[in-house]
Design a protein around this ligand. Sequence first.
Ligand code: 3UK
Length: 532
Amino acid sequence: MIPGVAESLPPATLMPDRVYTLPELRYPVHLNAAVELLDTNADGGRAGRPAIHAGPRTITYGELQAQVNRLCHGLRSIGLGRGDRVLLRLPNVPEFIVSWLACQKLGIVTVGTMPLLRARELAYIAADAGTRAAIVIVAGEAKPGDTTLASLMTGHPERFAAESTDRDELAMIAYTSGSTGVPKGCVHFHRDILASADAYARHVLRPTEDDRFGGHPTLAFTFGTGGLMVFPFRFGASTVLSGPFAPESMLETFAAKRVTLAFCAPTSYRLMLAVPDMAKRFDLGSLRFGVSAAEPLPAATWREWHEATGVELLDGIGSTEMFHIFISSLPGRVRPGATGFPVPGYDCRVLDEDGREVPRGTAGLVAIKGPTGCKYWRKPDRQEEYVRWKGWNVTGDVYVQDEDGYLTYQCRSDDMIVSGGYKIPGPEVEHVLDEHPAVAESAVVAIPDATRGFIVKAFVVLRDARAARAGLVTELQDFVKRELAPYKYPRAIQFVDALPRTETGKIQRYILRRADVVPYDAPSAPASRGHE
Ligand code: 3UK
């Protein structure tokens, strides 16, 4: 492994136990994800088959391989190579895939970033990962002398010998949304990327080369990395890339491009259902399944979608730490409202706070062992929280398993708000609100919402209560949108005189979470404003 990079991984004692129970999860010692995903197809008789559909463009495996190889030469010519971290800041366009595969071939560690992230968040990630270069899309024409993807690719041969990476060598660092306000880098090896395809996709979706994968998750989010790039390429199938999600255009893409496997968040399925006459206007006959992840899929959404389209949605819970889905509904055995069963290759238990298994029917922390697992980059304390009790991955999700084995999601055990499929750490929004000159302190919680599952609501104590003028709500919302990814802004803001606190000074968020919470206009105990 690469010196200086490997040391940033948690020590062996904190690593999750990896289990490789299925024969298809045994890989050779030298393994390169790009070789497996691209070259095996392009050199194995699929050079003329489609790999990417993007708008009017179709890119075959052969064309993709030629572009990737030329970029490999180009990246090497500017001194980038094995072990370097490179930040990718691209939307769902073919250039993302070309750049990602080229980096993997060179043994470069890709650091994908969500397109909506802003300067503050990107600066943190770039510094934390120690990136040496970034591949970004910028507006305007390139000036002579600028380094562009095109200039890097010009004049280079279409063949390139990939680095012979170790199967357990760093391939990518994926950043979480950060439950304590600091995003955490999750390391995945070349082997992890393939194992997720060979466990989840192979056993649950059973893709063939005729499948077309489509949907909206960004390629930088591991839900999208898997669903819209790794899984299709692992099976010689193709991916359908589209612009930012809008219900009608997504339905139009599914119909026009004959998508067979859709990857969306539950909120998006609900928004598509709300399009008038959606099933009549859009021919969804090509769809085999719709994968639903990132937040719980309510039974009502499952039924409505099934009624409207005849297509089964497959709920699956995954995480950035685990790379992809580890508990999933199985085709033909869906119980609406339940997530489903452990994905073949994964072992799953429901445990109490001390790591003991709870009886069936009792809620507890879900714990996972499998071929993928959490490896935080430079966060040993966080590693200890996620990987507990001798190697179990503890995601922070509370589950109940019934007598038949079905696992049903209950809630999260921390302050992460899940809204419209986005993970929004409450404390991060609070930190930003607290920087506004009018704000004394704030508390942010999730409030149930029919469309988004939950919305972000901020309870704000002003420095001067008389400042609560009309317009301040919008001003605070805009302030958050400028500082953070806009989806994190509080859709509801309520001014209060004080925040409810425990004796030890902890904010009692459970009181704030009650939708019918009364405004705190009655004066509360002076001690409750601890910092004044
Ligand atoms: C929550 C779910 C209930 C859960 C993800 C599929 O969401 C993904 O990764 P993140 O790191 O968040 C992980 C957390 O999100 N969650 C995800 N799916 C479900 N809760 N039902 C679900 N089906 O709290 C989990 O711990 O953003 C999802 C594939 C890859 C991913 N990265």
